[in-house]
Design a protein around this ligand. Structure first.
Ligand code: IPM
Ligand code: MG
Length: 396
């Protein structure tokens, strides 16, 4: 019994020390990267697992098309990063192999396909998710996910904390005995401050008069309580932005309440709650396959498809029919982030036209629909249409 308690104490001690170091590191964080000062801006393309390499290739074609001039003048470089596959990760028993991480860190921004997240009982060792590791290693603290459903009047922006909460020690819980398992949830002042501030800044800059803070502070008192208390303080700095606080359960219900859903605008939430409500929100928009996700830190940023790697599609020989919309949406978020705001807008409009309004092609995930390549070509044809904006406006 004493040994068990001693071991648990030691384990906890290590975690506390690591987290205190992380806090120190956050306190020293530098300024935001100024992409206008970089030459070239290096965009890393990480295919990932399953359908990832297929859909990423289509997004790459679109980026090459939109950035033709910048690529030939050397203002931008596209760099393919190989090796972030589950086979390699299992071989070295690391969520991101060291050599791959080194290559990743030489890029400024990344476009990433889905990576397999192992779980107990899989054919793969139960190593940490590559996503979670990358977000932590590159300190990508803000997971920014837009969701729009014009016919329901929904125009939401989610700011999900991306580096702490239930995730940061998600692989470092303890099975104290056969009967007792304990996981840890971590919330820090610095980690909360930076994500909440980003949400309020976004609202203020875009004249949006509402930020909804989502926690379960009534039950999870220390960590969620801290997140909410910091939100209360930061809100005082933005008197022009109204804010409200919601518990995750009722927020989840109200997102699908036709009488209330239109009123929400900007959300900010700790990691796991953000994970859950962004999938719910994406579903209202047409499924997670239609959503894009930006993972933003001060130094690096990574943009990804938010769906899984669909290994079954590859096994059944259907990978060419995988829908590349989510990663193309992510590519638009990437363009916007590195300063190509007009190109990002054009790509967003083309995506809206091709995937939602005009829909000349339908993707079904099988040979009953279009291939990803045909869809990417449809997007590029639409981008070349001189009446792109006019056409898009007609649908609004
Ligand atoms: C997401 C995904 C990831 C997460 C998984 C793949 C680890 O669900 O990006 O939302 O839980 O964050
Ligand atoms: Mg998720």
């Amino acid at each position: 019994m004493n040994d068990i308690v001693e071991n648990a104490k030691k384990h906890f001690e290590t975690l506390v020390k690591e987290q205190l170091e992380r806090v120190d590191h956050m306190k020293k964080a530098g300024d935001w990267t100024d992409y206008s000062k970089l030459k070239p801006i290096i965009i890393g393309l990480v295919g990932g697992d399953g359908i990832g390499p297929y859909i990423t290739r289509h997004a790459q074609k679109i980026l090459e098309f939109l950035l033709k001039e910048q690529l030939s003048s050397g203002a931008v470089e596209l760099r393919i990063i190989e090796g972030l596959t589950i086979e390699n990760r299992a071989k070295v028993m690391k969520a991101i192999p060291d050599d791959v991480l080194e290559e990743i860190k030489k890029c400024h921004v990344l476009l990433k396909g889905p990576t397999t997240t192992p779980r107990k009982g899989d054919k793969w060792p139960n190593i940490e998710s590559a996503n979670v590791t990358m977000r932590r290693e590159l300190d990508l603290f803000a997971n920014v996910r837009p969701v729009k459903v014009p016919e329901l009047g929904i125009d939401w922006m989610f700011f999900r904390e991306n580096t702490e909460g239930a995730y940061v020690l998600g692989s470092k819980g303890i099975n104290i005995t056969d009967d007792l398992a304990i996981d840890f949830k971590v919330i820090t002042t610095q980690g909360s401050d930076r994500i909440i501030r980003l949400a309020f800044d976004y609202a203020a800059k875009n004249n949006i008069n509402r930020v909804s803070v989502v926690t379960k502070a009534n039950v999870v008192k220390a960590t969620d309580g801290k997140f909410l208390a910091i939100a209360e303080e930061i809100a005082k700095e933005y008197p022009q932005v109204k804010w409200d606080d919601w518990y995750i359960d009722i927020a989840t219900a109200k997102l699908v309440d036709p009488a209330r859903q239109k009123d929400f605008k900007v959300f900010v939430a700790p990691n796991l709650y953000g994970d859950i409500i962004t999938d719910e929100a994406a579903q209202l928009q047409g499924g997670v396959g239609t959503a894009g996700s930006a993972n933003i830190g001060k130094e690096y940023a990574m943009f990804e498809a938010i769906h899984g790697s669909a290994p079954r599609m590859v096994e059944e020989g259907r990978a060419q029919y995988a829908d590349p919309s989510s990663i193309i949406k992510a590519a638009a978020l990437l363009l916007n982030h590195i300063g190509f705001v007009d190109k990002a807008k054009q790509l967003d409009m083309a995506l809206d036209i091709c995937a939602t309004y005009e829909k000349k092609l339908e993707i079904t995930g099988r040979d009953t629909g279009a291939t990803g390549e045909e869809f990417a070509k449809y997007i590029m044809d639409t981008l070349q249409d001189p009446n792109l904006e006019k056409k898009w406006k007609e649908y609004q």
